[in-house]
Ligand binder design. Structure first.
Ligand SMILES: Cc1cc2nc3c(=O)[nH]c(=O)nc-3n(C[C@H](O)[C@H](O)[C@H](O)COP(=O)(O)OP(=O)(O)OC[C@H]3O[C@@H](n4cnc5c(N)ncnc54)[C@H](O)[C@@H]3O)c2cc1C
Length: 465
């Protein structure tokens, strides 16, 4: 088995392959340590922790804690902490390939035929190949001449200090997280998003709540294409009627799967208009070839836990003669902004034309959130009208990551809103906000609320609702 890419998906595939065979090679171009640990999940969340800790000072006065005005952020020290943590995470990962000796091949792999790879001058005959080549940030060719004034997440965490003024172009998950964190660390941020939705949301109401909350941190311009022009050493960024002069631009307009230079045209399969090969997301098999594709490289669900699952599936199948299909987990995507944005199960865009019931909670009055001084945002859950089964939710609330997990587990187990409401809800907790939305759905579905406390012995009476 040949694995192309020693990122999260590739290493996960490697672990699975090694359960069956030691006849493998792993080929990696560029730095080891995975994108997630080096320049993505881990440094971004480390930065966000610092930014949010510093931001807490904004509620100190209201809480009777004095002296917040004199707190200051030491940016080089904060960035140093991010890199130190990052280096520690990366060093743990390097151990996976350290002892592989000649089975670990640094270099760029290309297909010459379905079972023949080239790495430089070297030829590798592989019965099965796993493509786990990840993705890279999109930087339009016309913006490249601006050089190091255009940043991407690949280089952001290497900065020793931060610019005074920064435009962030693209407010998907990555752009939003980084824009808000940098704004909270004192950078003058302006956010630009060509679409109307931020953080991957599709529910207009939740999007509105999110925009309202995020705009407290920095101005957000949506719905117009962004243009960029040099003005001396500075960059002018304009979209519609908005225009700002900044020192640097963070470009976060999406990521492109690293499949364009892989020689896929040698495989004898039809590629789509983006050059992507056909593949089965339950077996990861490419067409009916002895080739599997996992992680960001396939563009299906470009998230870490999905890359790990896909790597395992690809590894399992590549090490065996018979290709098996595996049930995928409930989709769960989190943006670590404040409020956190979560999309779980089916998105609003996928269910809004079906017969559904929607329950929603406005967190401006949520009691636990009020105590913390972060009572912002809202959430909406979607359930099937026919039987009350939970389908999905879009969330923009504090601690949304935890509500997202609870909901994803409920959806995974095909629970109805009535099933979920039978579970305990402590008081006072953020989860009570979820309970409110569930109760709304239950009420609308049941005519009167369904039983939450069920009678021990009798099925004749409904119990307590
Ligand atoms: C800023 C940011 C924050 C993120 N935060 C989160 C988060 O909080 N949670 C989350 O779930 N996800 C997050 N993600 C997404 C997550 O990082 C990715 O889904 C994950 O890293 C993808 O792993 P992978 O194995 O597919 O790719 P990678 O880890 O990139 O591995 C691919 C490897 O293949 C190598 N390669 C490429 N082409 C070739 C070739 N031809 N030959 C040999 N080797 C090659 C690459 O150099 C690389 O080493 C974030 C992404 C970004 C950008």
């Amino acid at each position: 088995v040949a694995i192309i890419g020693a990122g999260s998906a590739g290493l996960s595939a490697l672990q699975e392959v090694r359960k069956t065979t030691e006849r493998f090679v792993i080929i990696n171009d560029g730095p080891y340590g995975t994108t997630c640990a080096r320049v993505a999940c881990m440094p971004s969340k480390a930065l966000i922790e610092v930014a949010n800790a510093f931001q807490r000072r904004s509620v100190f006065g209201d809480m009777g804690i004095r002296g917040a005005e004199s707190l200051r952020i030491d940016l080089p020290a904060a960035l140093h902490r991010v890199r130190t943590l990052r280096d520690d995470f990366v060093s743990g990962i390097l151990a996976y390939t350290d002892d592989l000796v000649e089975r670990n091949i640094p270099g760029r792999a290309r297909f010459l035929a379905p079972q023949l790879l080239a790495v430089g001058e070297r030829r590798i005959a592989a019965r099965k190949t796993i493509i786990a080549t990840g993705s890279r940030p999109i930087l339009p060719a016309e913006w490249r001449p601006y050089g190091n004034r255009m940043l991407t997440s690949d280089v952001l965490f290497e900065q020793e200090n931060l610019p005074e003024r920064l435009a962030v172009i693209g407010l998907g998950s990555t752009g939003l997280e980084l824009a808000q964190a940098l704004s909270r660390l004192g950078v003058e941020i302006t956010g630009f998003e060509s679409g109307r939705f931020i953080g991957g949301l599709s529910d207009p109401l939740v999007n509105e709540c999110a925009l309202h909350a995020i705009s407290r941190d920095f101005p957000v311009h949506t719905g117009a294409q962004t243009e960029v022009a040099a003005e001396g050493d500075l960059i002018r960024v304009s979209a519609g009627r908005a225009s700002v002069l900044v020192d640097r631009v963070l470009v976060s307009i999406g990521r492109r799967p690293n499949v364009d230079d892989l020689g896929l045209e040698q495989l004898g399969i039809e590629l789509d208009e983006h050059g992507m090969p056909p593949f089965n997301p339950e077996s990861m098999q490419v067409g009916d070839l002895p080739i599997f594709i996992a992680g960001d490289a396939n563009g299906f669900r470009p998230l870490l836990h999905e890359a790990l699952d896909e790597g395992r599936i690809a590894g399992y199948n590549a090490a065996r003669d018979k290709v098996e299909c595996f049930r995928r987990r409930t989709p769960l995507a989190i943006t670590f902004s404040d409020p956190e944005l979560v999309i779980v199960g089916e998105r609003y865009a996928a269910v809004n034309d079906r017969d559904i019931v929607i329950g929603q909670t406005d967190f401006s009055r949520q009691s636990r959130a009020r105590m913390a001084g972060n009572n912002r945002g809202c959430m909406r859950i979607y359930a099937a009208r026919a039987d009350g089964r939970l389908l999905g939710a879009e969330i923009a609330v504090p601690a949304g990551e935890h509500l997202g997990h609870l909901l994803s587990w409920a959806i995974q187990h095909r629970m109805t809103v009535f099933d979920v409401l039978k579970n305990p809800f402590y008081h006072p907790v953020i989860e009570e906000g979820l309970q409110t939305a569930l109760k709304q759905v239950s009420k609308e579905l049941g005519g009167k609320p369904a039983a939450e406390l069920v009678l021990c012995h009798s099925s004749a009476a409904p119990g307590l609702s």
